[in-house]
Design a protein around this ligand. Sequence first.
Ligand code: JB8
Length: 274
Amino acid sequence: MRVDVVTIFPDYLAALDLSLVGKARRSGLLDLRVHDLRDWTTDRHRTVDDTPFGGGAGMVMRPDVWGRALDDLLPAAPDGGHADREPAHVEPAHLVVPTPSGEVFTQRHAEALATESHVVVACGRYEGIDARVAEHARAAGHRVSELSIGDYVLNGGEVAALVMIEAFGRLLPGVVGNPHSLVEESHGSAGLLEYPVYTKPPLWEGHEVPEVLLSGHHARIERWRRDQALARTAARRPDMVAELDVDGLDKADLAVLAELGWRVDDGRLRPVAE
Ligand code: JB8
């Protein structure tokens, strides 16, 4: 997979040399290149921003500078934006624009991006990038995803880009050593938070590891972990409980959820009004 990141702070992306993503780069599974947006400026001061039309606070990133960068990094428009024309044999790239006004980035987005052959990440600063840049890339036939990593505001797209690249990078075949860890997780993301985990020693600072985990009783351990996952999810993420597929729950699950104040009503879990 090829990934290009464009930013005015290339050093921010240095973390991508490390850990699993760094290893994927060195092994050739991930061809990741970081570019300085100012390489596409033409003035002596290497200006990337200008004042907003319509007034208001802050500065906006100039479309002409971004346009030259994306012209160089996105492949020649597959159909020039004319869907009726014979498609060229060039794969369109997927342009990802981190922005607090985007759709919320989830594991589903990570899974979809992990299947792409080419992703370009455009990191904005200031009040963001002139809206015509995304519009222009779409018109040229590229997929464009404007994505937010959560309901808070950063100073720019770089940290969000790190988050997204780590999330999809670890899903590339061969990047995570033991694919079983990915399979176990996908059970977790089938709607429940993960259960708590423990390692040695069995007694630490007066805190014991739950006895069931030392019992060697596989079925009891599985049930305990499931109960813990349900209790955590109910306490921390009631939104996820409300979305659970009732058909995927057994009698013990429903009993635990009932104890936690959730009943099945009209085929959906609903909190019991108190
Ligand atoms: C300017 O909060 B964020 C985010 C904030 C930003 C830009 C991009 C992303 C660009 N501010 O994810």
